[in-house]
Design a protein around this ligand. Structure first.
Ligand SMILES: Nc1ncnc2c1ncn2[C@@H]1O[C@H](COP(=O)(O)OP(=O)(O)OP(=O)(O)O)[C@@H](O)[C@H]1O
Ligand SMILES: [Mg+2]
Length: 276
């Protein structure tokens, strides 16, 4: 089976800045990958390129999802709309239409199939409503279906975005820092929902994260970026404070687990006593 996501020698230059620098990556159907990296390392740019929201440089190879082209050589593929249909997106900033109901926001995920006009007018049939309610039930917010999206908490809004990907029939979900704006409890709930969605439906999942502790808790495979390049692609079990410092130097502090910081701080505090 074709990979859920295939990136072949992808680069993206902004002026003199190489935001993404010659990245090749393959993610299997149903596979879950955490994308980590300090601020500015290129995570968002890579996700935007993978979904066709940003064009890579002309020198880049092909980006494809399940064998369907997204872009190649800095141009969108002819079949990009077909590729996008099975790519679900979840963003850091809750990308819902606040004045519309939760239900409508979820059903807009089906626009690719039902046509924009009907979607905008909110003319959903019973089948579509049932599908949307089932998806909302799956993410645990069916009780809020009739509320306006802006009345929901950040974590609930992220779960609506996940329900939307389900209704869309996504086979690959790309989530760019979906928990960055959430408190720890909501963050955990959103991560649980993403991983459960992926497991239950065999949906491939790529989640970019600042918080390395979430990456190692929820994922087997971690891709680490630094200055636009993939500097590590392997088992989450290899990721610890020492390894992050090796990869990122001083900017590792941004990524290291608070618990490991505490351990390091404890050790530092003990040091003088030990010496004297
Ligand atoms: N539209 C743009 N125009 C110019 N430079 C950009 C643009 N988008 C991103 N960049 C630059 O590309 C680099 C990578 O940015 P990107 O947003 O992909 O990083 P990131 O890993 O997502 O960072 P963060 O963790 O802060 O979200 C940064 O140096 C950024 O300033
Ligand atoms: Mg980003």
């Amino acid at each position: 089976m074709a990979a859920a996501l295939e990136l072949d020698r992808v680069s993206k230059t902004y002026g003199a800045m190489r935001a993404v620098d010659d990245v090749s990556l393959s993610i299997g159907a149903g596979e879950r990958v955490a994308l980590i990296g300090a601020s500015g390392s290129g995570k968002s740019t890579l996700i935007r390129i993978a979904s066709g929201l940003a064009l890579a440089d002309k020198t880049s190879g092909k980006v494809a999802s399940f064998g369907v082209g997204v872009q190649e050589g800095g141009r969108l593929s002819r079949e990009v709309r077909r590729a996008r249909r099975h790519i679900g997106l979840v963003f850091q900033q809750f990308a819902l239409v606040g004045r519309l109901s939760v239900m409508t926001n979820v059903l807009v995920g089906a626009l690719g199939r039902v046509g924009a006009l009907r979607g905008t007018l909110g003319l959903w049939n019973d089948d579509e409503r049932r599908t949307a309610l089932a998806a909302l039930a799956e993410v645990g917010i069916q009780a809020h279906a009739g509320k306006k999206a802006r009345e929901l908490s950040g974590g609930q809004q992220q779960r609506v975005a996940i329900a939307r990907a389900l209704v869309q029939g996504a086979k690959l979900v790309l989530a760019d820092e979906p928990i960055a704006s959430l408190d720890p409890k909501s963050a955990k709930r959103v991560m649980d929902t993403l991983v459960t969605m992926s497991r239950d439906h065999g949906i491939a999942l790529v989640v970019s994260l600042h918080q390395v502790d979430y990456a190692t808790a929820y994922f087997d495979r971690v891709v680490a970026m630094n200055a636009g390049r993939v500097v590590f692609d392997g088992p989450a079990s290899r990721i610890n404070a020492a390894f992050l410092t090796e990869l990122y130097g001083a900017s590792a502090e941004e990524l290291i687990l608070p618990s490991q910081f505490a351990v390091a701080a404890d050790a530092a505090a003990r040091e003088p006593a030990h010496v004297s």
